[in-house]
Design a protein around this ligand. Structure first.
Ligand SMILES: [Zn+2]
Length: 94
């Protein structure tokens, strides 16, 4: 009896940029058509500053630990192709 080999965890390639999650993911670049793992850029926007102010106010009540949590969660997330630097998809916050 030979045990069947364990199934290989197939890397999930996300072909629809709208379905990209908020972390580096495998997809096909719409510009250079290569299968790549996206680079993540976070962009500080107006919302980040609002979140910063709000978390500062919350921080008076709930403690400083809320501040970095809110800031990192209120940035726009941009998926970028590491080969041709095309911005594939932006996940805006709010
Ligand atoms: Zn590309």
């Amino acid at each position: 009896m030979v045990a069947p080999p364990p199934p290989m965890p197939a890397p999930q390639v996300i072909l629809d940029p709208k379905n990209l999650p908020a972390h580096p993911s495998q997809t096909q670049c719409p510009s250079c058509h290569q299968f790549i793992t996206t680079e993540i850029i976070t962009k500080v926007g107006t919302v980040t500053w609002l979140a910063c102010i709000m978390s500062a106010m919350l921080g008076c009540v709930a403690g400083c630990c809320f501040i970095p949590f809110c800031i990192s969660n209120f940035k726009d997330i941009i998926h970028q192709c590491p080969k041709c630097r095309t911005k594939i998809h932006t996940i805006p916050k709010l």
